[in-house]
Write a protein that binds this ligand. Structure first.
Ligand code: ZN
Length: 245
């Protein structure tokens, strides 16, 4: 790992205006299972229709019953060394923001301020009628108390987690801001994403077309490894601990 740490520290020294893009792999060290990893992937264990928009609308109580099982693990998850390192790099002015596919809210919990959640967040719910937001925590307490499905206290509408379900489009605003950010950055660091899923896979392509330096930190190979300037095949938290940033 020594060589990779040295390359990364040189990059910190010699460049400005970096942006990070993170996927599930950054949160596995926080105890949140990867959605697609064979054997442990969440999607393998559950019926996908539960987290599709049509399945949710048909039976929201079924979704909340399922969600109660994984909620304690999610609620207790803490940021790891990688989340904290990104927050520190932002405070130092080197990192301009974090674009994430994750819905766990751990970047914000670690102190990152400029966070773009491409798939929304499981830290809050949204009323499908009046668009009011509520914290997930209080909502799940109500479910635990027998109120299933939980309803909006303003209008009685159904409350849906503010994460993108199957069959839903990605929210436009974070995506557009992400494109702006990547277009204007010297460095794009990709962490814990297989880069197999569009549209996120378009971000490294965009960075390369602008002549940016591409860094990939991921345990598995990605389709962009050959074009990246630095490829680091380590656990992300462990890597950042080694860098001391
Ligand atoms: Zn409402």
């Amino acid at each position: 790992m020594e060589r990779e740490v040295k390359l990364f520290l040189e990059l910190l020294e010699n460049t400005q205006e970096a942006v990070a893009f993170t996927g599930a792999g950054i949160s596995t060290e926080s105890g949140i299972p990867d959605y697609r990893s064979p054997g442990t992937g969440l999607w393998e264990k559950m019926d996908q229709s539960v987290v599709s928009l049509s399945g949710f609308l048909r039976n929201p109580a079924n979704y909340y019953s399922y969600a109660m099982e994984s909620y304690p693990v999610r609620a207790a998850a803490e940021p790891n060394a990688a989340h904290y390192a990104l927050a520190r790099l932002e405070k130092k002015g080197w990192l301009k923001g974090v674009i994430t596919q994750n819905v766990d809210g751990l970047h914000t919990k670690a102190g990152s301020e400029n966070v773009f959640e491409l798939h929304g967040s499981l830290r809050r719910v949204l009323c499908l009628e009046c668009r009011e937001y509520y914290p997930m925590e209080g909502t799940m307490s109500r479910v635990a108390g027998g109120e299933n499905p939980p309803l909006c206290s303003q209008c009685g509408g159904i409350l849906k987690p503010d994460a993108v379900f199957f069959g839903e489009p990605l929210p436009e605003e974070p995506w557009e801001k992400s494109i702006d950010l990547v277009s204007n950055s010297e460095v794009l660091i990709i962490m814990g994403s297989s880069l197999l899923v569009a549209p996120a896979s378009g971000l490294p392509r965009l960075a390369l077309s602008k002549g940016a330096t591409l860094v990939i930190i991921n345990l598995m190979e990605t389709p962009f490894d050959d074009e990246a300037d630095i490829v680091i095949r380590e656990k992300i938290g462990e890597f950042f601990e080694e860098t001391g940033v």
